[in-house]
Design a protein around this ligand. Sequence first.
Ligand SMILES: [Fe+2]
Ligand SMILES: [Fe+2]
Length: 317
Amino acid sequence: MLAADKVVVTTLVENYVDMLIPDTHNVKRPGLAYHFDPRNMKIKAENGLSILVDVYFGARRYRILLDAGLTDDVILHNMKALGISPDEIDHLVISHGHPDHYGGLPGLLKARDYPLVVTLHPDAFLTRHVKSGSGMVIPYYNQSFRRDELEAIGARFVFAKDPVPVCPAVTTTGEIPLDVSFEPPGPAAGTPSSLWCIREGHFEEDPTLDDIALIINLKDKGLIVITGCAHAGVINTIRQAQKVTGIDRLYALFGGFHLGFPGIPAEKGISTINELKILDPSYVSPMHCSGFATLAAVQREMPKAFLLNTAGCEITL
Ligand SMILES: [Fe+2]
Ligand SMILES: [Fe+2]
């Protein structure tokens, strides 16, 4: 697998924004001076995820986007604030078919003059329900994810269960095997399943098999793994990244860890962090659905690697 010379990761949409965190040698943020200047657009946060990955080979740059946030407004607003044109995106990967990851796609497509290739797992379009333990049901919560409507405004969908290259040095994980003992299929032990889907006419528990992640190979450093929600589990996702690329060294991990969802036992978070400590990456950013307790635990247990990755954050690797 080819290796990139340089990778710049820019967070376009995230649950948090913070203007008080100082810059470092390789992390730039719109800070207090930026936000207090009335001429500047302020960075917005929302409960969604969108991460731009700029991959460099010498002077050639590929702009790959993972996910599109929850709403049109926030992704387009933050792109404008950060000086990124929608037409500069070369390729979009949708990590899975949940609204907080595809919700900004219609706005992104309409803001472009050109069609956009969108890679995703075919199950991303399954009809979905949430059924909570208290009996509350949110039916058809992904009804806004309409293939025909999105194709009519410029989406060019590529359906792939297997890992597929997105540009040199970047591939998707493809469907992720659930081999790690504390990241099994189905709901967490002792909790009722909340995710349901309609598959071939049957109403059944939704294993969210469409959950895929992005893998980048960075020269002399190792793998950068970027997850959406990590429904398949962060460690399962890293194992798959290692298998797909044949590269063991994990250099950086960004994205949702799916540990903040109600009912997920604290032990799962502890096991995840124990495994991450063995992998010893240089950067770890639990984001989005990771939950505040996970952010705090990673900061405590892996203080050198922990990076609070908020909306507008630009990391050069
Ligand atoms: Fe999510
Ligand atoms: Fe999700």
